[in-house]
Design a binder for this molecule. Sequence first.
Ligand SMILES: NC(=O)c1ccc[n+]([C@@H]2O[C@H](COP(=O)([O-])OP(=O)(O)OC[C@H]3O[C@@H](n4cnc5c(N)ncnc54)[C@H](OP(=O)(O)O)[C@@H]3O)[C@@H](O)[C@H]2O)c1
Length: 249
Amino acid sequence: MNLWTSLMAVALVSLSLAGVAKAESMGTVLVTGANRGLGLEFVQQLQSKGYTVIGTARKPGQATQLKATGAQVEQLDVASQSSVDALAERLAGVSIDLLINNAGMAARGDSSLETVDYDAMERTFQVNSLGPLRVTQALFPNLQAGKKKTIVHITSRLGSIELSDGGMYSYRTSKTALNQINKIMSVELAPQGFTSIVMHPGWVQTDMGGAGATLTTSESIAGMLGVIDGLTIDDTGKFYNYNGEMLPW
Ligand SMILES: NC(=O)c1ccc[n+]([C@@H]2O[C@H](COP(=O)([O-])OP(=O)(O)OC[C@H]3O[C@@H](n4cnc5c(N)ncnc54)[C@H](OP(=O)(O)O)[C@@H]3O)[C@@H](O)[C@H]2O)c1
């Protein structure tokens, strides 16, 4: 082999190594409620940062935009124990670095004593409070196998008791309960190296937030991913705004 062919060989090896390095994933993230709104934007921005993403949808057959991202799509109804168990079974042995419990719902029209609807309230708790707990519990072996050991629950500033100015009995209380679930989880899991936080996405233009909201999904998710990128174990248990500010309980 002369000098020229040796140099060519070295260049080719370097190029292919660079290709391998580029293709290497930043880690695996699972996002619930990923077929629309904030969840879908999470998937898109995480993918562009080089993460391998698993996005869940209640009806994967109808999750056209999620499927178009190329993410792995999995069926999940966070209010159904059998659906959560089935997901955990399908993902057995898969390491997950970051879990984003994003799926949520808001029951409307229950801002006065006369309009409180207990069925709607129970449903909201099933989805917003018990859902994230159920999913984290079922996927805990996957999270233990992951490197980053990070859990992010998407809450709302409407769950803050200190900031509350009334209204929305079911939604506010479901997010307050989620905040406490996160606190308990963070204390329990800190010795195992887990960082678990709650984060408010801001008021965002989605089906839930409405067209009059102040932030686009792109702005909200860029802010939240900036905060998530910088998390350390010292941040566990905290209540963050999407821009990194702390929110009062
Ligand atoms: N937008 C805001 O201004 C705002 C403010 C504060 C907090 N948040 C929180 O941010 C998160 C995302 O909200 P968003 O604005 O993106 O709302 P969205 O556009 O209404 O989307 C909600 C997502 O959650 C999914 N979901 C609802 N119930 C579910 C269940 N039982 N199991 C699995 N998935 C379920 C929906 O799936 P389907 O399509 O199947 O219904 C959808 O993918 C929620 O936790 C919400 O409370 C939003």
